[in-house]
Design a protein around this ligand. Sequence first.
Ligand code: PHE
Length: 451
Amino acid sequence: MANKERVTFGSKIGVILATVGCAVGLGSIWRFPYMVGSNGGGAFLLVFMICTVLLGLPIMITEFFIGRHSRRNAAGAFKELAPGTQWSLIGYNGVLAAFLILGFYAVVSGWTLEYIWQAMTGSLSGKTTAEFTTDFETFSSSALRPIGWTIVFIALTHFIIVSGVEKGIERASKIMMPALFLILLILCIRSVTLPGVDEGLAFLFKPDFEKITSSVVLSAMGQTFFSLSIGMGCLITYSSYFGKDTNLQLTAIQVTVLNTFVALLAGIMVFPAVFSFGIEPTAGPELVFITLPNIFEQLPFGNIWSFIFFILLALAALTSTISLHEVATAYVHEEYHMTRKKAAWIVSIGVAIIGALSSLSFGLLKEYTIGGLILFDALDYLTAKIMMPIGGMMICIFVGLRIEKKVLKEELTNKGTITFYFFNTYAFFIKYIAPAAIGLIFLNELGLIKK
Ligand code: PHE
């Protein structure tokens, strides 16, 4: 594709909203609370925050550099910046990660549709905590219904993707993201007026340093990558649509802050309720699906609260599935010279197959495990804890080794028109510190570092 003619997002606010939409999603609202819950509460939050500032932000800026400088898709970008080398493997890792993430993400997205449906039909009313738990388990382990919803969700994503970058992605994000913030805020205020609030907030915010183990650190790093969508090419693809005057550093800061803010709001929304209703914080992927309807049903107009919440979750998921789909679609479209439509179909069908299999791994295929994990969990582990951190590490090494500092600085300061404070620190950081830190976290988890 001719670089100069590449489509761009139509407005500044569109850039930010689309990128926030990519980052903010089930990762912050569904995955973050259950990771906090099963990794020791405040200890996890502390490591997550450190990883966000020290790894998340610099890697995001670096991906923005790669995307806007090359103006290509995730794999094409490396071919453009380092022709004839193997660096494009980083891009392939990213495209594959996007595809695999979508394969389990679409399942959870489908669950949100089921809960919207249940709220609408009133079937969430009058249940006990135990019933919410068993009903979720019966639903998620059944064969047809969750697969049906997964496919509906993929179809929605497909529809927006074929409508194109500006009309589809940007317009959808512009409406969805502000609505999301508003609804989240209302729900948060509702939750902090519950009786479990002190215990819930202490669990979330008071770190118990004894609980910081190697696997908590790896999980927190994985959550940072997953939740910020870094290390796999989404942000490279999106920033290839940024305009020349987009302030890359500022956009990265805005996206990171907003994303962290949403995760914290989600935590504040979930944990008071967990303690108030005696739910196990370690419940796992079903945590939000049993906690929240539970709170809402015990409030006046419970169904309406549940309805609003699951609409919110579905919208947040949609802006992320769009970005995941876009990575794979842009790659197939541009590298195999296929129409966008055809490329999108190939991706959608592939994802529907993986989605169906990972949905079945909660029931019919439960016995088939990979390293002790069902397919759904294995895909999550492989992408968030392995592929994305390795991708992030390689992205840093790539820019550190292959890109002249002058070029990097020019792109990140829009040819000197904006200042980049601490540029040298940043450059040193991504070349040495970030890759070393990620490497050490891996070695530590593998037990190769002895105390
Ligand atoms: N960051 C998204 C979320 O939090 C998930 C995602 C990962 C989206 C990677 C795109 C790329 O839900």
